[in-house]
Design a binder for this molecule. Sequence first.
Ligand code: PEP
Ligand code: MN
Length: 335
Amino acid sequence: MIIILKENTTEQEIKKLTDFVKSHGLTPHISEGVHQTIMGLVGDTSQIDIESISQLKNVEAVRRIQEPFKNANRKFHPLDTVIKVGNATIGGGSLTLIAGPCSVESEEQIISVARDVKKSGVQILRGGAFKPRTSPYAFQGLREEGIKLLLEAKKDTGLPVVTEIMDLSQLDLFADVDIIQVGTRNMQNFELLKQLGHSGKPVLLKRGLSNTYQELLMSAEYVMAFGNEQVILCERGVRTFETYTRNTLDISAVPALKKLSHLPVIIDPSHAAGIAEFVPSLSMAAVAAGADGLIIEVHNDPAKAKCDGAQSLIPGDFDKLAKKLRILKNAIQEA
Ligand code: PEP
Ligand code: MN
């Protein structure tokens, strides 16, 4: 971080600022130009509040040189983080497929989809129990019962499971869930993120509708700063001026997040497209871009789905896609 001082700042005022900086455990380095004096701060500036320094009397401007996320930063952790759940691994160059319905609707539904996606080589089963719906009148998920049924599907297939938490009060119900999902709408629920830092379980963190990469990484940083290194970043489409698709898949998120961070990066093409027909193309693009995995909605009867049927693949189409994705992944690895 550097502090640019106002012209005509006196020696005494510089000394005051130097003492202030040192009191935060940082070492100041002064360089005096003809018109301007610059103070470089060496040390951990992640806890320094830029706003409060900017407001000091002799400060012209403050600039951060390094990103404010330390734990998630690839600079301090060059190797990819690899997260293990059951027999599945996420990160480090493999392609992890996560699939299942948007919502758990009944025992028959979740078991049938779980068995089908397992046959297609999926490593992790998804299924929402607590559903964040735009309308309070829409299906809200089976809640506690939904988690129970998802865990039955886990027992039946041996697949680890991921499901979304919407509120801290639900955390006890997640004891046997393998990965806790934090949805788009909760990406900046900082209290929730802190508690998930203590949970010891991998967290699948979805990017907010209009959040930057840095904001996503700062949310990951919350989980990590509170003791949990196992965070999976998920791009699921952001809001743009385009309304033909449900959201706009930001494929740049894959190389950008992988450059900035060592955490695994996966893509959710289902919520990005909102249209099942487009899911295969977006999935292929994600793999080509180097994503560590995909989370895809699959339903045994999309027309009757209680949530997101229009973007859900039927098991047969998902199976074809999974085959194509593996061919693509192998081709990229061989190239
Ligand atoms: C979901 O995965 O079911 C979901 C609600 O996703 P998002 O938070 O990305 O909208
Ligand atoms: Mn959904």
